[in-house]
Design a protein around this ligand. Structure first.
Ligand SMILES: C[S@@+](CC[C@H](N)C(=O)[O-])C[C@H]1O[C@@H](n2cnc3c(N)ncnc32)[C@H](O)[C@@H]1O
Length: 303
């Protein structure tokens, strides 16, 4: 097989289709992307032209460049609204984009049963989400438990540093009729809210938070927030996996090299080690359908 054919195979049809469209709009950008993906040294002027082209043609790119960790990006990928943007359609349909939506679906499947265990034992479950964004998965979990007849006893606190994510969450909770049991607070999880909410939660969720940090950074954060959990409490924290780099190299290339959205991809054993070093008992994990996001589950020892 010719090298060009191999690379085309690795890039995938979706990426090829995107590049064909870009070629029609701006051949220099398409050429630069092909060459850079194939390992050619990145020329700053061509990179700048490419960033400018992507920003003008993609809402997702604009959001990433303005704030790489913003929940606006995940919300766009969850909603997958009809758009004329060919670049955003690529992001929606790429395996990486689908996996972000899959991560939400997996959380909506696995979180309610974890919360329900506490309801059966103690008739109350208090759940917290750090870096919650609008926290669709918390709203969904509360609704699922309500449907099962647990009307009282379920309380949730969602914390995010972004005021707009908080406002959007409050709005969604009102729309869904659960604003009385889900509180949203603008807070920095790195700060002293952990002391204020010491020993408060049965379940704590950090979804889409650890991904940019190296192992040491993740361990430090998990150690920091651990005091918010009660003894026997459960933490669920996700991290993007190394499988994404293997199975969707073109999206990873765009993230790394064009929009500077750098991830620290980890496998399950690395996540397990982080949890254990932070003082949690590893209880296993679940993933989205593609296995691009690993949701680790840890428990605080009883004593
Ligand atoms: C990738 S988004 C994930 C949002 C949500 N957890 C989800 O999965 O849909 C990361 C979120 O973490 C928030 N965030 C980042 N640093 C934070 C901090 N130090 N304290 C609180 N929230 C933070 C961002 O504002 C953003 O809403």
């Amino acid at each position: 097989m010719q090298l060009s054919e191999m690379n085309r195979k690795v890039m995938g049809k979706l990426a090829e289709d995107l590049l064909t469209w870009i070629d029609g709009e701006n051949p220099d950008v398409a050429k630069f992307l092909r060459n850079a993906f194939n390992g050619e040294k990145i020329d700053p002027a061509k990179l700048e032209e490419t960033i400018s082209f992507f920003t003008a043609n993609s809402a997702i790119t604009g959001c990433v460049l303005a704030s790489p960790g913003s929940s606006v990006i995940s919300e766009l990928l969850y909603a997958q609204r009809k758009t004329a943007s060919v670049i955003d359609q690529y992001f929606y349909n790429s395996k990486g984009g689908m996996a972000v939506k899959g991560r939400l679906e997996a959380m909506q499947k696995y979180l309610p049963p974890i919360m329900e265990r506490y309801l059966q034992d103690k008739e109350e479950v208090i759940i917290g989400s750090l870096g919650s964004g609008p926290a669709r998965y918390i709203i969904n979990a509360v609704l699922q438990l309500k449907t099962k007849g647990y009307n009282g006893g379920v309380k949730a606190f969602c914390f995010d540093i972004d005021e707009n994510a908080i406002l959007r969450g409050k709005c969604n909770a009102m729309i869904e009729g659960v604003a009385d049991v889900i509180k949203y607070k603008r807070s920095d999880m790195q700060g002293n809210i952990v002391g204020y909410y010491r020993n408060k939660f049965h379940v704590l969720v950090l979804k889409g938070i650890l991904c940019p940090y190296d192992s040491r950074g993740c361990r430090t954060l998990l150690e920091h927030v651990k005091i918010m959990l009660k003894p026997g409490g459960t933490i669920i924290a996700s991290n993007v996996s190394k499988k994404m780099v293997e199975d969707d190299p073109f999206t990873c290339f765009i993230m790394n090299n064009i929009v500077n959205w750098i991830m620290c991809y980890k496998n399950e054993s690395e996540l397990k080690e982080i949890f254990e070093e932070a003082g949690f008992i590893w209880k296993g994990s679940f993933t989205d359908d593609l296995g691009f996001h690993i949701m680790g589950i840890g428990e605080v020892p009883l004593s």
